[in-house]
Write a new protein. Sequence first.
Length: 131
Amino acid sequence: MIGETEVAARFAFYEAIFTSRDVHQTPFPDRLWPLCNYNEKIRGLTERGFKDPQKMVTSLPAILGYSFDNIDRKLKLCRRLRVNPKGFIDCTIVFIGMSMKHYVPILRKCRQLNLEATPRNVFRVYRKKEF
């Protein structure tokens, strides 16, 4: 268990990134990431070519808990499926958190419909839930 000083430091740090309301709502209070993780994750996402990692973290805070191995596997799969991974993920951050077994059928459905696997088309198929 972490001490009160560390918890206070984490709250202060993450309140500057997110809103105070977001930080104090579930699941934040017991799952605030160590402060060193934030800069390390931003650096790692930047090295992987993401254009605005801070926005990614703000949109999907859980990304701080994803391993780089997991992110790298998803990027590799996107390339193998001939999908621009950066465009795919920049279109909607939901896909970085989604299990591969969920978005492979979406890509197959795009091919069945003769749709290019652009982020817009993938997201359109995803929203319809017809895969």
